[in-house]
Design a protein around this ligand. Structure first.
Ligand code: PLP
Length: 432
C-alpha cells in the first residue's frame, strides 16, 4: 500500500485514495510517497509496451481497492498510444547516441496525456467504488486543460468544469479546449489566467459548493505525477542500455520530479538535465542556492513559462541543494537559441521538434559539450510540433505536418460558455 506524507509535515500519513482525491495536503503542502516499491530490473530488461510497464508498476502499489483486473483495465485504456524512442542523426540506433522519447502521440498531443489519462481513470474508479459523483475543477492556460478534459471525458462518476482565460490562448489551444466532450464544460473567463486560478481556489473554500464534491486535477496531484514515471522506465527499456542521461524540458518541474522518483526507486539513470527557457528559477537555484520565486516571462515554449515551479517544494523536500547538484544539471535557453535549435535539428537530421523539445535538444548539446560524455542522451519530446505551427514555420520555413485528429479539429463541434471572473459565476455549471 502506498502511504504519503506532506512536504510540510513528515508525520502526516495519507493513503493513496485520499492523496489522489484531495490533491493538496491539509496543511497546504504537497504529498510525497513515503516509500515507493522498488522498480525491478525485469521492467526494463525485457521490452514491453508502456501499458504493460504501467500495469506492473501500479500492481506493485498493492492497493486493496485496486484489483489486478482494475489495474489492467486502467493501464490499458489510459496508456493506449505508442511512445517511441526515436534516434536522431541516424536510422540505426546503434550509430547514434541522441534520442527523443516522443510522448506526444496521445489524444491531445502533449506528454500530459500520460498523467492525466491515468489519473482520470484512477479517480473515476474510486468515485464509482464509493458511489459519489465528483466534479473536477481545473484552470488552464494550455496543454493541461485539454489533457485533463480529454482524459476524464466519458468516464463515470466524474464531470469536468474547465476554466481558461478568454482570448489569451492560441487559436489551436482554444479549439482543443472547447471541442465538445461528454461530461466536460468549458468556461471562457473574461479575465486572466490568474483570475481563473483564483476562482478555482475560492471555489474550494466556498461553503455553498461543499455538496458538489469538488476535486482538482492540476499538476501537483500525485495521481498525475506517479504515472509519469512509467515512461522513464519505458525509455530505458527501449534503449536497452543503462546509465542513460535524460533531458527534461521543464516548467513546473512535475515531469522531472517523476523521473527522480523513478530513479530513487531503482531506475538506472546516470543524470537528469532540467532544460528551462528564459524562466530560469531552477538553473539559478542550482547555481546559487537562492530560492526566490519570480514573475513568469512569456517565451516560445509557453507551456514552460513558470516563474514559481510548484514541484520545487517536492524536490527541496526530497533532496538538499548539494544532492540536487550532484543528480541534476540545469540550463536556461533563450527564444533565439530555441528557434536555432529547431532549425539546426531539421537541417542536420530532418527532425522537426516543437519549441519545448527544442529547449531540451539545445540543453542536450550543451551537456554533451560540457561533460564530453559518450553515453546515450534521451530528450523527452513533450509536445507535437504541429501544436506550434507559427513558431516552427518561422524557424524552418515549412509548416509541420499535423496528425489527422489535430487537422480535423476544425470540423468538430465546440461548446464554451463565457463567464465573468467571479466565483459566483461558476454556480450554474458546478450544479449542472
Ligand atoms: C507542461 C509542459 C512542460 C513542462 O512540464 P512540467 O512538468 O511542468 O515541468 C513541457 N512541455 C510541454 C509541451 C508541456 O505541456
Amino acid at each position: 500500500m502506498l502511504s504519503f506524507y506532506s512536504t510540510r509535515n513528515h508525520d502526516l500519513d495519507a493513503g493513496f485514495e485520499e492523496a489522489l482525491l484531495s490533491g493538496l495536503a491539509p496543511d497546504g503542502g504537497l504529498y510525497l510517497p513515503r516509500r515507493l516499491p522498488e522498480l525491478h530490473r525485469s521492467l526494463w530488461r525485457e521490452r514491453r509496451q508502456l501499458a504493460d510497464i504501467g500495469y506492473e508498476i501500479m500492481l506493485g502499489w498493492n492497493e486493496p481497492k485496486l484489483s489486478p483486473a482494475d489495474v489492467r483495465a486502467i493501464s490499458s485504456s489510459a496508456l493506449n498510444f505508442p511512445v517511441p524512442l526515436v534516434p536522431i542523426g541516424s536510422n540505426r540506433p546503434s550509430q547514434t547516441n541522441l534520442f527523443v522519447l516522443e510522448l506526444f502521440h496521445g489524444p491531445t498531443h502533449s506528454f500530459k496525456d500520460v498523467g492525466a489519462r491515468t489519473m482520470a481513470r484512477l479517480v473515476s474508479h474510486f468515485s464509482e467504488a464509493s458511489h459519489t459523483e465528483l466534479t473536477v475543477l481545473v484552470a488552464t492556460s494550455g496543454d493541461t486543460g485539454s489533457a485533463v478534459a480529454d482524459g476524464f471525458s466519458g468516464l463515470t462518476g466524474v464531470r469536468v468544469v474547465l476554466l481558461y482565460p478568454k482570448g489569451q490562448v492560441s487559436a489551436l489551444q482554444e479549439r482543443q479546449l472547447i471541442v465538445s466532450r461528454p461530461g466536460v464544460v468549458a468556461l471562457a473567463v473574461e479575465g486572466t489566467f490568474d483570475d481563473c486560478q483564483r476562482m478555482v481556489k475560492m471555489a474550494f473554500s466556498e461553503p455553498s459548493f461543499e455538496k458538489a464534491n469538488l476535486t482538482s486535477a492540476n499538476s501537483i496531484n500525485i495521481g498525475r505525477l506517479l504515472p509519469q514515471s512509467f515512461y522513464y522506465v519505458h525509455a530505458v527499456s527501449q534503449l536497452d542500455m543503462e546509465d542513460v542521461i535524460i533531458v527534461v524540458p521543464s516548467g513546473n518541474l512535475g515531469n522531472l520530479t517523476a523521473g527522480m522518483l523513478a530513479q530513487r526507486a531503482g531506475l538506472p539513470v546516470n543524470r537528469f538535465v532540467a532544460a528551462h527557457n528564459a524562466n530560469a528559477f531552477f538553473p539559478d537555484y542550482l547555481a546559487s542556492g537562492e530560492d526566490q520565486f519570480r514573475e513568469s516571462i512569456r517565451t516560445l515554449s509557453n507551456a514552460m513559462d513558470v516563474g514559481a515551479p510548484s514541484n520545487f517544494e517536492r524536490l527541496a523536500s526530497l533532496f538538499s541543494h548539494s544532492q540536487l547538484n550532484s543528480l541534476i544539471r540545469s540550463t536556461s535557453v533563450s527564444d533565439a537559441e530555441t528557434a536555432a535549435a529547431i532549425k539546426r535539428t531539421y537541417l542536420n537530421h530532418g527532425y522537426v521538434a516543437c519549441p519545448h523539445t527544442a529547449v531540451g535538444l539545445e540543453a542536450a548539446e550543451r551537456y554533451r559539450a560540457e561533460s564530453e560524455t559518450q553515453k546515450p542522451i534521451v530528450v523527452l519530446a513533450t509536445a507535437h510540433p504541429a501544436k506550434f505551427p507559427e513558431t516552427v514555420r518561422s524557424a524552418i520555413g515549412i509548416q509541420p505536418e499535423a496528425p489527422k485528429d489535430l487537422a480535423e479539429l476544425h470540423d468538430r463541434p465546440t461548446r464554451a460558455e463565457t463567464v465573468s471572473p467571479h466565483v459566483a459565476a461558476l454556480t450554474p455549471y458546478i450544479f449542472a
